[in-house]
Design a protein around this ligand. Structure first.
Ligand SMILES: [Zn+2]
Length: 497
């Protein structure tokens, strides 16, 4: 008999998923154990994580990676599906850097260092989908908070000068509010700088707080720019009418903002704010490049020479020359319409299970919905016929109507889940095709963030920028597009239609 392969198994649920059917840890473990048994594999360790979507605590995932790195004869992970193993691109990069075989049992795919490039490509797409899923959860949470702001309640702690009456309502803090009122009064006159205002408040006997009687400039600035004090709530760059009692008038607030314009001296540009500082290294010595402004407006980069004298130390390269090469790198990432259709078809096939499950849930909920409607109708006839009392009718009517509402909500949730999958897929394909435009419209910090996702090892030799694509963008950039041909599919992956 063959020696059995040694494997570890990994299962994960988020706290949100736990409430839903079909997402439990035991169900995942059972599936994986059966698979191991059938394939003559020996399970060395089992790892499981239960966590919230945004919380970073994946203790057992980290433990597993540690174990696999150290192990001599165990290089295989069994996991239910792609989105169970990775929550984000860093997870993917961690796993991908190890010489491991990954069995995605429910999806029926095995990824190993010698997998075909088309398999690796599909895997990359699935990883992006899993990441998208986490972002969606994040958006759900934001939606909840926006709703709260729209209703006029502050979403976190109320600002200085207010306190919370209960979970929602903020009331004026009688001890601290006079400080705020006086600060606005003085500053809106437009004659004091923030530093002088802080001194004057202190001299007039206004105490910011017991442990720190004199307020800092930054604390003052935060107060004087806060819309809450004249009755508004700012959330995600939108203003909403608050339900709390204002401390000052809108006029006072506007005057204070005007005073800021007088008070603010033009800021000098710190080198950290240059686009490529800290991102591109000198190819000769490995130092970071630093930027500086020449002739008043052109940005040039050169080696800092931090590791000793370097031949590129006095060579200045214009930002434009670097950026043009970045744009070229980004425009290499494209997926044609035809390729996009193919990807969607394969993904649809691989997620057929989920789709079937959702349809089944919707059908059973619809059945329940019809039954409840019939009951409510019949009840009404019974009432008209005098078979039941008014009280009985009302009690039952309310009970069943409530139930009906809940069922209808659930139907909606499942229906949305069905569409959102294909929407996510479209979104990702779109993002891949629009990376260059996204970069162009972004501000410097957005540009840097985007580049961090897509490119790595940026170095500059003379005017030439060298780089590599990060995973999975390396596959988007070359794999499919190099030959302008679709990768070969296994027969069971062939899309239908
Ligand atoms: Zn150098």
């Amino acid at each position: 008999m063959n020696k059995s392969t040694k494997v570890v198994i990994y299962a994960r649920v988020s706290s949100k998923e736990q409430e839903k059917e079909g997402y439990s840890i035991p169900a995942q473990l059972e599936l994986l154990r059966n698979y191991a048994h059938k394939n003559n594999m020996q399970i060395i360790k089992e790892y499981e994580d239960v966590e919230t979507a945004k919380c970073a605590g994946r203790t057992n995932f980290t433990q597993m990676v540690k174990f696999l790195k150290a192990s001599r004869d165990c290089h295989t992970i069994l996991v239910e599906k792609t989105d169970r193993l990775y929550r984000n691109l860093p997870d993917y990069v961690t796993i991908d850097s190890l010489p491991l075989a990954l069995h995605f049992v429910k999806e029926g795919s095995i990824i190993s260092p010698d997998s075909h490039s088309s398999e690796k490509f599909m895997h990359g797409i699935k990883v992006l989908m899993a990441r998208q899923y986490i972002q969606n959860l994040g958006e759900e949470v934001t939606k909840g908070l926006t709703q709260k702001a729209k209703e006029g309640y502050v979403t976190g702690k109320p600002p200085y000068g207010y306190k919370k009456l209960d979970k929602k309502v903020s009331i004026i803090d009688e001890e601290k509010s006079p400080f705020v009122v006086r600060a606005f009064e003085l500053y809106s006159q437009g004659t004091l700088s923030l530093a002088k205002l802080a001194c004057q408040l202190y001299e007039e006997g206004f105490v910011y707080k017991e442990t720190q009687p004199k307020v800092y400039k930054s604390q003052l600035e935060k107060i004087l720019k806060c819309h809450f004090y004249y009755g508004m709530i700012k959330f995600k760059d939108c203003l909403y009418n608050g339900v709390h009692e204002p401390l000052i008038s809108k006029e006072t607030f506007d005057l204070a903002q005007l005073a800021f314009r007088k008070d603010n001296k033009p800021k000098h540009i710190v080198s950290k704010n240059f686009l490529f500082t800290g991102m591109v290294k000198c190819a000769k010595c490995g130092c970071n490049l630093s930027g500086e402004i020449k002739k008043g407006k052109y940005i040039y980069y050169s080696c800092t020479g931090g590791k000793g004298e370097c031949e590129q130390q006095h060579i200045y390269i214009k930002e434009e020359i670097i950026e043009n090469q970045i744009l070229e790198a980004l425009s290499n990432i494209t997926i044609t319409k035809e390729q996009g259709e193919w990807i969607k078809a394969v993904l649809k096939e691989s997620l057929k299970d989920e789709h079937d499950f959702t349809i089944q849930q919707i059908n059973s909920l619809r059945g329940r919905q019809d039954k409840l409607r019939d009951r409510i109708d019949n009840l009404y006839i019974d009432k008209l016929d005098g078979k039941i009392s008014e009280e009985y009718w009302l009690a039952k009517h309310n009970q069943w109507s409530n139930e009906l509402n809940i069922v209808q909500e659930n139907v909606k949730t499942y229906e949305n889940a069905n569409i959102s999958f294909m929407e996510d897929c479209e979104k990702i394909l779109k993002i891949c095709n629009e990376i260059k435009s996204l970069y162009i419209i972004g501000d410097n910090s957005e540009k840097r963030e985007l580049l961090n996702y897509v490119l790595q090892n940026l170095t500059l030799e003379g005017e030439k920028l060298c780089y590599t694509y990060k995973k999975p963008f390396d596959i988007f950039a070359k794999g499919l597009n190099r030959n302008k041909k679709l990768p070969r599919l296994d027969s069971n992956q062939q899309p239908t239609g």
